[in-house]
Design a protein around this ligand. Structure first.
Ligand SMILES: *Cc1c(COP(=O)(O)O)cnc(C)c1O
Length: 354
């Protein structure tokens, strides 16, 4: 299928690259395609970035039938552009879509559209270390209809946002609080799909934690509220003596690309990494025994997020004196080096653009 390109006649003024933050600025163009039952996905195109018009009854606005992704493009020191494991994101997006009754899309076509879009908006990619072009593919159900059923029509789109260094104030540990009342997801639900309602459902717990001075919520499983699941919208890892543990993918955990990359690297380095159930009580016991050495979250936005404090039962567990641990730091550097093209990436991790 041919991707039709319409360029903007009014390019925007680009933001100050030293003050980008996250998700505040959007480039000049976007990729769009539409779906109808008779045509399938049709009319893939690149257009000027602009608002959508939507009927107020549009299904996505009422019942949340939508999935999204988050990935990044990086500018290397020799001015090449590269994507980090993008096919993993598109594969996951189709998995999320299947759970939400959204039709599958052609991952190769979307990749072609994304690359063209990035090339057109190349001038928007920031170059400083730690900065990137954040990519947000989304699919929404578009029928104007209030009955509860899957939409017949859909829109797929990709927007791009130049983002600043996540740790502009330094690579510093965050404080997290174990959430005892609310849960993020349950097995059989949609916790392993990147679907919009999960984030709305997490807001209250997040805002309560923020009021108490904690940056993120540590989610426990939805049934026994005993086993650790994720931290905010990141996966989580614990180093307990020589074992590194991350919760196994149980059906309610989002299978992170960064999580998968960290597990791969740890195995390559010959370290003891297990994906298994881990209870908050095991963490507490390890802490009390002085064996909880490092804790970190993983996700595309921050890559690695060191954790310095975990609040549980009204007590703060202080990890590694609230300093970034050596393994956390090594992983962060290793992934950044791969993303910015400073070291050889494992095969198929890097997709060049242009
Ligand atoms: C996106 C996301 C992650 C991290 O996934 P990455 O592919 O590493 O960015 C983890 N948990 C939740 C709930 C997420 O939405």
């Amino acid at each position: 299928m041919e991707i039709k390109i319409t360029k903007t006649k009014q390019p925007k003024v680009k933001p100050d690259k030293s003050n980008l933050g996250f998700g505040r600025f959007f480039t000049d163009h976007m990729f769009i395609m539409d779906y109808s039952p008779d045509k399938g996905w049709f009319n893939p195109r690149i257009e000027p970035y602009q608002p959508f018009q939507m009927d107020p009854a549009t299904i996505v606005l009422h019942y949340g039938q939508a999935v999204f992704e988050g990935l990044k493009a990086f500018k290397t020191s020799d001015s090449k552009i590269q994507l980090f494991r993008p096919f993993e994101n598109f594969k996951r997006m189709n998995n999320s879509s299947a759970r939400l009754c959204i039709p599958q899309f052609d991952e190769k076509l979307v990749m072609e559209g994304l690359k063209k879009l990035i090339e057109i908006d190349e001038q928007w990619i920031p170059e400083d270390d730690g900065t990137a072009l954040y990519i947000r593919p989304t699919v929404i159900g578009t029928d104007p209809f209030l009955g509860v059923r899957a939409s017949d029509t859909y829109r797929f789109y990709i927007i791009l946002s130049p983002v600043g260094a996540y740790y502009s104030a330094g690579f510093n540990p965050i404080k997290i609080a174990v959430e005892a009342e609310y849960v993020r997801a349950v097995k059989g639900g949609v916790g392993d799909a990147k679907t919009i309602g999960n984030y709305a459902a997490s807001l209250l717990a997040g805002s309560n934690a923020a009021k108490d001075g904690y940056n993120q919520v540590l989610w426990l499983d939805g049934i026994e509220k005993k086993y650790i699941e994720e931290v905010g919208a990141m996966n989580i890892f614990f180093k307990i003596k020589n074992e590194i543990v991350t919760p196994e993918l149980s059906g309610s955990i989002l299978p992170g690309v960064t999580r998968n990359s960290v597990i791969y690297l740890l195995k390559q380095w010959g370290l003891d990494i297990s994906e298994r159930k881990i209870s908050i009580d095991e963490i507490k016991a390890a802490y009390q025994a002085g064996e909880l050495e490092e804790v970190f979250g993983t996700g595309t936005a921050a890559v690695i997020s060191p954790v310095g404090v975990i609040k549980y039962e009204n007590q703060d567990m202080i990890i590694n004196n609230e300093k970034v641990g050596p393994l956390t730091d090594k992983l962060y550097q290793a992934i950044m080096d791969i993303q910015y093209g400073r070291t050889q990436a494992p095969s198929q991790w890097i997709e060049p653009v242009g």
